[in-house]
Design a protein around this ligand. Structure first.
Ligand SMILES: [Zn+2]
Length: 153
């Protein structure tokens, strides 16, 4: 699914960075480079963390199977699952539990982006910038705003 179609923008109106399970790890130079370029050079006003329900990456983080290097990449999701084990454990249906973890993952990545020094510096300069958390459903095309927006425009 082209990312610009999800948000109803033309190609080129959106600067997109993708990785497995939509993570924003504060030590990942690739993601940080994209974020700084977007914030400092392109002066984007909106950063959207867009996860999707039924995410295979999120699922792989917690299914106990070994896949190699990606298991290390997905480690932050296991931490999120551990921190929210009471909430997740109360969800009986496995698919619903996975989908809630997809949401919790997006919420955590919004916090990562919002606490990043490039973003903090942009806000300190008075730059307009907000960070949104959305989850996309491939099944019905609906984007859910998780209402965790940080910042203002
Ligand atoms: Zn996915």
């Amino acid at each position: 699914m082209p990312a610009n179609e999800i948000v109803g923008l033309d190609p080129g109106e959106l600067f997109v960075h993708r990785n497995v399970a939509n993570l924003a790890p504060p030590q990942d130079a690739n993601y940080l480079s994209v974020l700084q370029f977007a914030v400092d050079v392109l002066k984007v006003k909106h950063v959207m963390i867009v996860g999707h329900y039924g995410c295979g990456g999120v699922s792989a983080a917690v299914d106990g199977k070994r896949r190699g290097l990606v298991d290390h990449w997905l480690h932050p999701i296991r931490e999120i699952a551990q921190e929210s084990r009471d909430e997740l454990g109360a969800i009986g249906d496995a698919q619903s539990r996975l989908n809630r973890l997809c949401e919790l993952n997006v919420i955590k990545q919004v916090r990562n982006v919002a606490s990043d020094v490039f973003v903090q510096d942009a806000w300190a300069r008075g730059q307009q910038l907000c960070v949104h958390g959305w989850v996309y459903s491939l099944a019905n095309g609906v984007v859910k705003d998780l209402d965790v927006t940080v910042g203002s425009t």
